[in-house]
Design a binder for this molecule. Structure first.
Ligand code: GLN
Length: 553
C-alpha cells in the first residue's frame, strides 16, 4: 500500500468510568472506519498487569487467550482487531507491564543505558513508545490505534498514559485521544447521568491529557441536551461526542460510528482530510446486515468448562469460537442459537438424561481446554454424538477427546486417556509432545507450549480437503499434548481418518470420520477460530454449520 501520510498517526483509546463497556470493539471499529477511508491501519493492546502474557492466566479471570501467528499468547481484544481489520498482528502489537519491565531490565543488565540511573520515568514510558513506533513501522501503517487497558484513575495504567502524553507533546498533530466512557441510567432515577464521565475526563486531565473524542456508551442513544453538557464540562467540541448505544451485533458499531461522523472528526483532528478517499464500508455493511436478514435458525451446543463465574455465565472465554460460529452462520443466512453446556453435567447421576437432551441440537462443538475437570463428561458427549450421528466439531482438546473416545470404544482400550488426565495410563493415546516433558517437570509453564502457526498437509478426498480446497494449510496452535504416533495405525484401521498431518507426517493435525459413516465428525489439533474473519469465514466452521443445517432440515 502506498504511504498516505507524511508521519504515522496515533489514536489512543482509553476507558472512563468502568471497564467492560466495549473499549476493544470501539478501538477495532475506529480502525475499521479509518481503513474504509483507504488508510493502512494497525492496532495495539496494552494490558497493565505484570503477567508477561495472557498464557498463564486462568480463563475465568481473564477471558480467552488469543494466539497470534508468531505464537504470542495475548488478550482477546487482539482477536477483535484481527477480525475487524482483517490483518495479522504480531507480538510487538501486544504489551503488558511485565513485558515492558522485562525488556528494560534486560537492557540494563546488558549495559544498554551506559551506566546511567535507569528510572521508572522516563525509561519505562520510553520503552512503551519504542514498542508503539516499532509496531507501527513493522506494519507500515498510516494509523495505529492503541488501546490502553483498564480505566482512567487506576494506578496501574498511569505509566502508559504518561507514554501517550509524551508522544502527544512531541508530535501534537499526530496524536489524538479517544475516551470510551459509560453513562449510567440508574433505574430509580430514570435519567442518563453524565457526572461520572465528567469526573473521568477531569482525572484524564490530571495526567496531562485532554480527550479529543468521547464515545458515550449507554443503553440508549445520547440526547442533544446531554451531548451539550458533556461537551461543555469535558472541554470537547460537540462534534467529538459520539453516541454509542447498545447494539445487537458488535459488527454494527463501525456503521454507527460512521453515521456519527466519527471518521471525519478523526480525519480533521489528525489533518488527514487532504488525502481522504471516499469511504467504502460496503463489504462490511453487507456483512453487518446479514444477521438482521437471517430467518432460519441453527442450534449449536458448546460443551465446555469455564462457563460459570458465581451467578454469571462467562462466554468470553470462548469468544473467538462463538464469533466463528456466528460469522459462518451469518454467511449462510442463518441465525445461530448457541447454548453453553457444562461438561460436568454429563458425569454422574443425571448424565444419561442430559446426554439425551443433546439430540435436540443441530451440531455440537467441544472447544479447547486444559486439565481434568469435566473430561469424562466430554468423552461421553463425543460418544453420544458419534453414535447418534449429530455433527461434531472438536477444537484442540475437542479433537484429543474424540481420539480417546474412539480408542476406548472401537479399539477396546478401556483405559485410553491423555497423559494430561492420567500420567500412568498404559494407553496414553494422547501423549506429551517430545521436548515438553522436561519443561513440565521443571514447572516451566509460561510460553512453552507448541504455539502459533504451523503448516499441515491435507489428504485428498477428505472432508478437510474438500472444505479448505487446498493441499496445505497453516493454522494456529496452543497445546502441550498430541496424538501418540504409536496408536495412529490402529486408530486408522478402526476407521478414524487422520486427514491432516504435519509436513513430516509425525503430528496428527486433523481427525475425521468418512461421510459414509457420519455426516460430520471432525476434530482439529489447532484453533481455526483464531483465523476466522467476518469477511472471510473459516472453511471448517462453514462445513460444520452446513452439516448442522442439513441435520435440522
Ligand atoms: N490440554 C490440551 C493440550 O495441552 C489441549 C489444549 C487446548 O485445547 N488448547 O494439549
Amino acid at each position: 500500500m502506498t504511504k498516505r501520510v507524511k508521519s504515522p498517526k496515533y489514536i489512543f483509546v482509553v476507558g472512563g468510568v468502568m471497564s467492560g463497556v466495549g473499549k476493544g470493539v470501539a478501538s477495532s471499529s475506529i480502525g475499521t472506519i479509518m481503513k474504509a477511508r483507504g488508510f493502512n491501519v494497525t492496532a495495539l493492546k496494552i494490558d497493565p498487569y505484570i503477567n508477561v502474557d495472557a498464557g498463564t492466566m486462568n480463563p475465568t479471570e481473564h477471558g480467552e487467550v488469543f494466539v497470534l501467528d508468531d505464537g504470542d499468547e495475548c488478550d482477546q481484544d487482539m482477536g477483535n482487531y484481527e477480525r475487524f481489520l482483517d490483518i495479522d498482528l504480531s507480538r510487538i502489537n501486544y504489551m503488558t507491564t511485565g513485558r515492558v519491565y522485562q525488556e528494560v531490565i534486560r537492557k540494563e543488565r546488558n549495559l544498554h543505558y551506559g551506566g546511567k540511573n535507569v528510572e521508572v520515568v522516563p525509561d519505562i514510558p520510553k520503552e512503551v513508545i519504542r514498542r508503539i513506533k516499532k509496531a507501527t513501522k513493522e506494519a507500515d501503517a498510516d494509523i495505529a490505534v492503541i488501546e490502553i487497558g483498564g480505566t482512567i484513575g487506576e494506578y496501574q495504567n498511569i505509566i502508559f498514559l504518561e507514554a501517550a502524553r509524551m508522544m502527544k507533546m512531541n508530535a501534537p498533530d499526530d496524536v489524538m485521544f479517544v475516551m470510551v466512557s459509560y453513562l449510567p441510567i440508574p433505574s430509580k432515577v430514570g435519567e442518563m447521568k453524565t457526572k461520572p464521565t465528567q469526573y473521568a475526563s477531569r482525572t484524564l486531565n490530571g495526567v496531562g491529557i485532554q480527550a479529543d473524542v468521547i464515545i458515550a456508551r449507554s443503553e440508549v442513544p445520547l440526547d442533544a441536551r446531554r451531548k451539550e453538557k458533556i461537551a461543555t464540562f469535558c472541554n470537547v467540541d460537540k462534534s467529538g461526542i459520539i453516541s454509542a448505544p447498545d447494539v445487537d451485533s458488535i459488527y454494527d458499531v463501525p456503521i454507527n460510528f460512521e453515521k456519527g461522523d466519527l471518521g471525519r472528526v478523526i480525519s480533521d483532528k489528525l489533518g488527514l482530510n487532504h488525502v481522504e478517499l471516499k469511504t467504502d464500508l460496503r463489504a462490511w455493511q453487507n456483512f453487518a446486515n446479514k444477521p438482521k436478514k437471517a430467518k432460519k435458525e441453527v442450534s449449536i451446543a458448546v460443551v465446555g468448562k469455564y462457563f460459570d463465574s458465581g451467578d454469571f455465565i462467562l462466554a468470553d472465554v470462548y469468544i473467538s469460537v462463538l464469533e466463528a460460529i456466528k460469522i459462518s452462520s451469518y454467511h449462510l443466512n442463518l441465525r445461530p442459537k448457541i447454548d453453553y453446556l457444562n461438561a460436568e453435567d454429563f458425569e454422574g447421576a443425571n448424565s444419561s438424561r442430559n446426554l439425551k437432551k443433546l439430540a435436540k441440537y443441530d451440531g455440537v462443538l467441544i472447544p479447547g481446554g486444559f486439565g481434568t475437570r469435566g473430561i469424562e463428561g466430554k468423552i461421553k458427549v463425543v460418544n453420544f454424538v458419534r453414535l447418534n450421528k449429530i455433527p461434531y466439531f472438536g477444537l484442540c482438546y475437542g479433537m484429543q477427546i474424540a481420539v480417546i473416545e474412539y480408542a476406548r470404544n472401537l479399539l477396546g482400550l478401556k483405559d485410553a486417556a491423555t497423559a494430561e488426565m492420567d500420567a500412568n495410563t498404559s494407553n496414553s493415546v494422547i501423549d506429551v509432545i517430545p521436548g515438553q516433558k522436561d519443561l513440565i517437570e521443571k514447572g516451566n509453564y509460561g510460553n512453552t507450549m507448541r504455539l502459533g502457526a504451523y503448516p499441515a498437509v491435507l489428504s485428498k478426498g477428505s472432508i478437510a480437503h474438500r472444505s479448505y480446497k487446498t493441499d496445505e494449510i497453516s493454522e494456529r496452535h496452543r497445546h502441550r499434548y498430541e496424538v501418540n504416533p504409536e496408536y495412529v495405525e490402529r486408530l486408522e484401521s478402526a476407521g478414524l481418518v487422520f486427514s491432516g498431518r504435519s509436513p513430516d507426517g509425525r503430528l496428527m493435525e486433523i481427525a475425521e470420520l468418512p461421510e459414509s459413516e457420519h455426516p460430520f465428525f471432525l476434530g482439529v489439533q489447532f484453533h481455526p477460530e483464531f483465523k476466522t474473519r467476518p469477511l472471510s469465514p473459516h472453511p471448517l466452521f462453514n462445513a460444520f454449520i452446513k452439516a448442522s443445517l442439513k441435520r435440522r432440515e
